[in-house]
Design a protein. Structure first.
Length: 305
């Protein structure tokens, strides 16, 4: 019998967009598109799991303890000092497209961390717990922007301080209205990162620093500056060979005066249109437009039963 005080939890995790132009690995935002995972402790061999998946990834993801969410649950329980791993039954209802630049892996990692905390009877969002949980997530993901957005909600600024990942959540302006243009094709972050040069010109680095700083102001205080704020010389053009249609759509939207950037590692395009702009009219066929308001809450954990 598992020593865990809670037998079943449900977690809801928002999608995320990252970079937002020049804020490479530093800026992120939670979006109102959610994965939901139901987890319960069952009788069975310790550390085993039965996983069912509906929606994105159905029929393609592992159905046992090899599933990413389960592996993160086990690792997090160990970090919490719980070595007697339970047998688990998980049901995942996935709405976040996989490998599209909308933080699906980050959402899975946050789901696993939240489930482990929930089963252990620990509030993952309590001030004394959230920094450690965020660091665990960022270590596994490799950077903190997506995981911070999914955990904390809203607009986030992420950074690494010595050997610790940290992040701060800041309310986005009410007029920030994200639209995601999602193509059919998938992208692998490790592949597109491989296209980036080890060094960039000093002028481009200075440009990126200024635009990333401006993005914080534009997203939180003055959305009229979003077009300039989301401009980039740091990573998007270098990745054009991986997804030329994505970069072409970013340029087409920007030519119409609509703030746009590659979402994370792509190939999704994020647009932040003003109230008077219709970004949907610019997108060509092959992209599915999703109006995704900013998610203000981040990960939610509910004790079941």
């Amino acid at each position: 019998m598992s020593p865990l005080p809670v037998r079943a939890v449900r977690v809801e995790v928002p999608a995320s967009t990252a970079n937002l132009g020049s804020g490479f690995d530093a800026l992120g935002m939670a979006l109102s598109l959610h994965d939901t995972v139901f987890a319960r402790v069952i009788d069975g061999p310790p550390g085993t799991a039965a996983v069912s998946v509906a929606g994105q990834g159905a029929g393609m993801l592992p159905s046992d303890e090899r599933h990413l969410v389960v592996r993160v649950v086990h690792d997090t329980l160990a970090e919490l000092g719980i070595t007697d791993l339970p047998a688990l039954d998980l049901h995942c209802e996935n709405n976040i497209p996989h490998s599209r630049g909308l933080g699906s892996s980050a959402a899975a990692i946050i789901a696993g961390i939240a489930i482990a905390h929930g089963l252990a009877g620990i509030d993952v969002r309590a001030a004394e717990n959230v920094e450690r949980a965020l660091h665990l997530a960022a270590v596994r993901e490799g950077h903190a922007d997506n995981v911070a957005a999914s955990m904390l909600g809203d607009f986030v600024v992420a950074w690494r301080e010595s050997d610790r990942f940290r992040a701060a959540s800041i309310p986005a302006h009410p007029d920030v209205s994200p639209v995601a243009f999602v193509p059919q094709g998938e992208s692998a972050t490790n592949v597109t990162r491989g296209l980036l040069p080890e060094r960039v010109p000093h002028a481009d680095a200075a440009f990126a620093a200024g635009r990333a700083a401006l993005a914080v102001h534009a997203i939180t205080r003055d959305p009229s500056l979003l077009l300039a704020a989301t401009d980039d010389r740091l990573h998007q053009d270098y990745r054009e060979s991986a997804w030329p249609e994505t970069v072409a759509l970013v340029r087409a939207l920007r030519a119409e005066g609509i703030a746009a950037a590659v979402s994370g590692a792509g190939p999704t395009v994020l647009a932040l249109p003003s109230k008077n702009a219709n970004a949907h009219e610019v997108a060509p066929g092959g992209f599915k437009a999703l109006d995704l308001p900013v998610d203000r809450a981040g990960v939610r954990t509910h004790v079941e039963g």
